[in-house]
Design a protein around this ligand. Structure first.
Ligand code: HEC
Ligand code: HEC
Length: 459
């Protein structure tokens, strides 16, 4: 017997666990009823979670859409000049139409990410733009474009911008939740939980630290553990803006070094490839664009997130989940059963997520939400993008994170590289651990396929 049933409400539909099933508006006092209402009642795409300080949210959002220039530190290489340029479909914080490019090399079945001494090309991301020729003082500077190395065997892999709605709720989830999801998945489709030490641990969370691992849950391949690290990572990798921050008295330098094209240093005197003022703080690279300064225990500097990162974090953290759409009762119920019966729910779990009672990051507590993803990676066979970390087996490079299906209808391109124009095409591209569900879907009568697709398009 299947574990789930669907609960229908007057405003929309949401899947919830059999035992917590209650319609919004019922007198039932279960958290499912209350918080389900909270998610479904979300007015507009891009609005803030309940209880968010509106002024602070607006200020953070302004920073997220602010365009940066060479004197702010943009470059030497970059993909765009504002977070909001790539995350704006439907509303600020949405997905985007930009496709980024990655490369790699497989030798004897092992992946190489061009990031080791001797053959360091600055990693797998090929930034698409570089700063135009500029003059720093008396020195004329040019920044070549990043190139794919001639011996790369994995070429020009695309990655599309992802929507950010509701991610603060996901960041609030304890590691154990993801372990549980993996444990209850059928073995044939079971996802893998990845863990690593956050590049920038979130000091508000006692469970994070410089020597504590955390479950990776963000990015197309679950490459990041938390939203503050993603902020620093995106700022340097997408825009070339380098930052330094403080965590419990330790200087966070993970995002402090510029990405030179193919990791080749520029002419001396070119200020790291942009025109942000050079740093003079001991321990902080001269080329770091925005730094908080020395991290001294016993001062306000003990824990300090660089201002822009703090704004990006606050904005993303407080973005409400995308609203679900209303469905006619037949499609709501039949679609839900088809979703589970076809095996979609094995990875795109319909289980409700519930935030802890007092989330460390300030999102509402006991908030129930339905992302329709386990946030785990799965071996997707030919749909895998072939990009990994140095030393990964080829099988590992095929692992992709289950794409959350909430708000999927707001995206104009689907799958990691945007190859699918719609839900049906996305399903038909599933392979590897997703192959059985794809085959089952393809064997459904076309009327049932249409109901399932309509259901997914309302999540
Ligand atoms: C050039 C376009 C571009 C810009 C600019 C950009 N992003 Fe993204 N963003 C992407 C792409 C592409 C992905 C998916 C990449 C991946 O996971 O490898 C992504 C993914 C993310 C994710 C992960 C979402 C998830 O579901 O796990 C976060 C968080 C994020 N971006 C935040 C930011 C922030 C903050 C900024 C500004 C500092 C920013 N992005 C700037 C393109 C962009
Ligand atoms: C084995 C796990 C698994 C199963 C089973 C599965 N999916 Fe997926 N699904 C994924 C992964 C992983 C991705 C992301 C693939 C990528 O990044 O290219 C994905 C992506 C998608 C997307 C694209 C979403 C987006 O925003 O890009 C849709 C739509 C989708 N799945 C629907 C379904 C439906 C409907 C079913 C059932 C017929 C299903 N999936 C079964 C793992 C699974």
């Amino acid at each position: 017997m299947k574990r789930y049933v669907l609960c229908m409400t007057t405003t929309g539909i949401a899947a919830t666990a059999l035992f917590g099933c209650a319609a919004a508006g019922d007198d039932a006092t279960g958290t499912a009823a209350t918080a389900e209402t909270a998610q479904l009642a979300t007015a507009a795409l891009g609005s803030a979670l309940p209880g968010t300080d509106a002024t602070r949210f607006a200020e953070a959002r302004d920073n997220f859409i602010q365009e940066e220039g060479i004197s702010d530190g943009l470059g030497p290489t970059f993909n765009e000049s504002a977070c909001g340029h790539c995350h704006n479909t439907g509303a600020v914080g949405g997905s985007g139409v930009q496709i980024e490019r990655r490369f790699g090399k497989v030798t004897n079945g092992i992946f190489y990410g061009y990031d080791q001494p001797g053959d360091n090309e600055g990693g797998t991301l090929r930034q698409l733009f570089s700063n135009a020729p500029f003059v720093n003082g008396t020195v004329s500077c040019t920044v070549p474009l990043d190139q794919e190395p001639a011996d790369a065997t994995v070429h020009n892999v695309g990655r599309r911008s992802l929507p950010l709605f509701g991610l603060g709720l996901v960041d609030a989830m304890p590691d154990g939740w993801f372990d549980l999801l993996a444990a209850i998945e059928p073995s044939a489709t079971r996802g893998t939980v990845l863990r690593s030490i956050p590049q920038f641990p979130d000091s508000r969370d006692p469970n994070q630290g410089l020597n504590k691992t955390r479950v990776q849950r963000f990015g197309i391949k679950d490459q990041q553990t938390n939203l503050v690290s993603f902020s620093g990572d995106a700022y340097v990798n997408e825009m070339g803006i380098t930052t330094q921050s403080c965590y419990k008295g330790t200087s966070i330098l993970a995002f402090a070094n510029e990405n030179y094209p193919n990791n080749k240093a520029l002419t001396a005197g070119c200020n790291g490839g942009d025109l942000a003022p050079a740093q003079t703080i001991p321990g902080v690279p001269v080329e770091t664009d925005d730094a908080v300064g020395a991290c001294v225990v016993g001062t306000t500097k003990v824990d300090q997130i660089q201002d822009d990162l703090a704004n990006f974090l606050f904005f993303m953290e407080h973005l409400a989940p995308p609203p679900s759409a209303a469905l006619d009762p037949f499609t709501a119920v039949a679609g839900a059963f088809l979703f589970v019966a076809t095996g979609c729910g094995d990875c795109h779990t319909p289980l409700p997520f519930v935030t802890p009672s007092s989330p460390y990051n300030g999102v509402p507590g006991n908030f129930v939400f339905f992302p329709f993803s386990d946030f785990l990676v799965h071996d997707m066979g030919s749909l895998g993008d072939g990009i990994g970390n140095t030393g990964d087996t080829v099988a590992k490079t095929r692992q992709m994170r289950t794409a959350p299906l909430w708000g999927v209808r707001f995206n104009t391109q689907l799958l990691h590289d945007g190859r699918a124009p719609n839900v049906r095409a996305a399903i038909l591209a599933h392979d590897g651990q997703g192959r059985a569900a794809k085959t089952t879907f393809a064997a459904l009568p076309s009327a049932d396929q249409a109901v399932l697709v309509a259901f997914v398009n309302a999540l």
